[in-house]
Each structure stands twice: as C-alpha cells, then as structure tokens.
Design a protein around this ligand. Structure first.
Ligand SMILES: [Zn+2]
Length: 169
C-alpha cells in the first residue's frame, strides 16, 4: 500500500479493528518515510452482475437508496434503513458467493423490507418483480395475506395489527 501523501512504497499497520459486525476491517497505517497516518478499509470482494451484464461492487448505499425510494411517505427512519442495508449485506455475504445478480440482491431485500413496512414492500416488489397489471398486484397482496394466515410469529402479527390501526388514524 503506497503512502497517499508521499507515495512511499511501504506502510506500517499501527492499529486494526473490525467494524460493521465483522464485514470490514479498518487499518490505521503510518508511513515510515513521512510519518503521516492514513486509514485503509478491507472488505471481502462482492460483485453484483447487472441485467446488462456489467458487474459492479456490491453497494449497501445503493440498496438503501432503492429502498428509501419505496419508503417515501412511510414512517420509516434512516436508522431502520441503515439496519436493513446491513441485514441485506449480511444475507448476501452469507451466501458465500463472490458474485451475485441484481435479482439475488432484490430477493435479499424483500424479506427484511416486508418486516419493516408492508406498503413499501409492495411498492418495491411491484418494481422488482415488474408487475404489469392490477392482477399482479392483487396476487402479491394475496400472498401477503396468506403469509399472515399461515401463522407468522405472534409478535409479527401484533406488529401488523398496530400498523393497520395506525394507518386508519
Ligand atoms: Zn509518506
């Protein structure tokens, strides 16, 4: 690692610590030539293959930006979005593959988003699954209803009820 200040070809690690639940390591480095310090961040390489065939590094920020769009006007906080981004990244990294499709990333978003906000979930799903008709939308809503009917954890059912009553007021 070159020193970003004087381009010296070597640097010494003075501190390293994991961050973000272990998905990245920050190293504090010092240049032996100019003595200045800088930080490097190390993460496992994770590439996303877009529909066009172009690959780009996985970006949690892009996930959050996409979800934020679906959450417009919904009672979803930035903290909740950040947490969702983290959960999505953990989920896609847990697959162990170094390359994912945008479809895989979308799938990983659906679960946590459904727990976060049902309306945002439907909005996101309608784009992600390219709903073309009202029927597509209705069947997605029916899926959601079935999911609740099948007996999700009691706590989640309570959350759903709270949300429903909050929407009416
Ligand atoms: Zn230097």
């Amino acid at each position: 690692m070159h020193c970003p200040f004087c381009r010296h070809s070597d640097s010494r690690v003075v501190d390293s610590r994991t961050a973000d639940d272990g998905t990245l390591i920050r190293r504090r480095r010092q240049c032996p030539s100019c003595s200045r310090r800088f930080t490097t961040v190390e993460t496992a390489s994770l590439m996303v293959i877009k529909r066009s065939g172009v690959t780009e590094p996985f970006s949690r920020d892009k996930v959050i930006a996409g979800v934020r769009k679906a959450c417009q006007g919904r009672p979803v906080t930035e903290d909740a979005l950040a947490l969702l981004g983290q959960r999505v990244e953990e989920a896609v990294r847990a697959t162990g593959s170094a390359e994912l499709s945008t479809h895989d990333v979308g799938l990983a978003i659906l679960g946590p988003l459904r727990e976060l906000d049902l309306v945002a979930y439907l909005r996101f799903a309608s784009v992600y699954r390219a709903f073309e008709s009202l029927e597509d939308f209705e069947s997605a809503v029916a899926e959601l209803r079935d999911g609740f009917a099948e007996g999700p954890p009691a706590q989640r059912r309570d959350d759903g009820a709270d949300q429903a009553s909050a929407d009416k007021t």
